[in-house]
Design a protein. Structure first.
Length: 121
């Protein structure tokens, strides 16, 4: 028998992890298309998406996919592709760090819940 205990914080952290995962996938897609002529890098505003996710969680709305947008200000090569491996590598490192922090926070939240459950023992 599996028991799921959800707290407001664990729900928020789950949304945070979903967004971090989306950012990792998006960055990986940009990297995979570095040699695709005409490909334009896409991104998302992580902080704005997180605020929207928290507002949605507070109002009981189901999570929605992150809004993607073309990345402005990148230098396009002659083939029209504007993916920068340096930029994407930094984005990937940042997204991985966000994910690791989210996992650590979620573990801490779960431990607190388990400690509260077993407090009488």
């Amino acid at each position: 028998m599996s028991m799921e205990i959800e707290t407001r914080l664990s729900d928020q952290l789950a949304r945070y992890l979903d967004l971090a995962t989306s950012q990792i996938k998006l960055t990986a897609a940009n990297m995979a298309n570095i040699d695709t002529p005409g490909y334009r890098a896409v991104g998302m505003d992580f902080e704005a998406e997180m605020r929207e996710a928290m507002d949605g969680a507070d109002q009981g709305r189901a999570p929605r996919p992150a809004r993607l947008k073309a990345v402005d200000g990148l230098i396009a090569r002659p083939d029209g592709n504007n993916v920068s491996m340096d930029r994407e590598s930094l984005n990937l490192a940042g997204a991985q760090l966000k994910f690791k922090v989210g996992v650590a926070l979620l573990r801490g939240e779960n431990q607190q819940v388990m400690d509260a459950i077993h407090a009488d023992k």
